[in-house]
Design a protein around this ligand. Structure first.
Ligand SMILES: [Zn+2]
Length: 85
């Protein structure tokens, strides 16, 4: 079971950027290999949740398309946080 911890967007920022961080060719933004850049989309719009039993942190994001709503989740891996060099 997951419980909400917080969110990654800044309280004064009504419209976080849709710009994405550069990532390796062929790596989807939700891949475990993608960098987690907190200043870029989609991570600037994520909520942080944690597992109640093992405390592993997860990032959740709800994507609203024209005809769909997609819920995304990935583990918050500390070694992926930051912009790629
Ligand atoms: Zn767990």
């Amino acid at each position: 079971m997951l419980q909400p911890i917080g969110a990654l967007w800044l309280p004064e920022d009504d419209e976080p950027t849709l710009e994405e961080a550069p990532r390796p060719v062929g790596v989807d933004s939700w891949s475990p290999l993608a960098p987690i850049s907190l200043a870029h989309h989609p991570y600037n719009r994520c909520e942080v949740w944690a597992c109640v039993s093992c405390h592993l942190p997860f990032l959740r994001y709800t994507e609203y398309g024209g005809y769909y709503v997609e819920r995304r989740i990935r583990q918050l891996q500390a070694n992926r946080v930051g912009s790629p060099s």
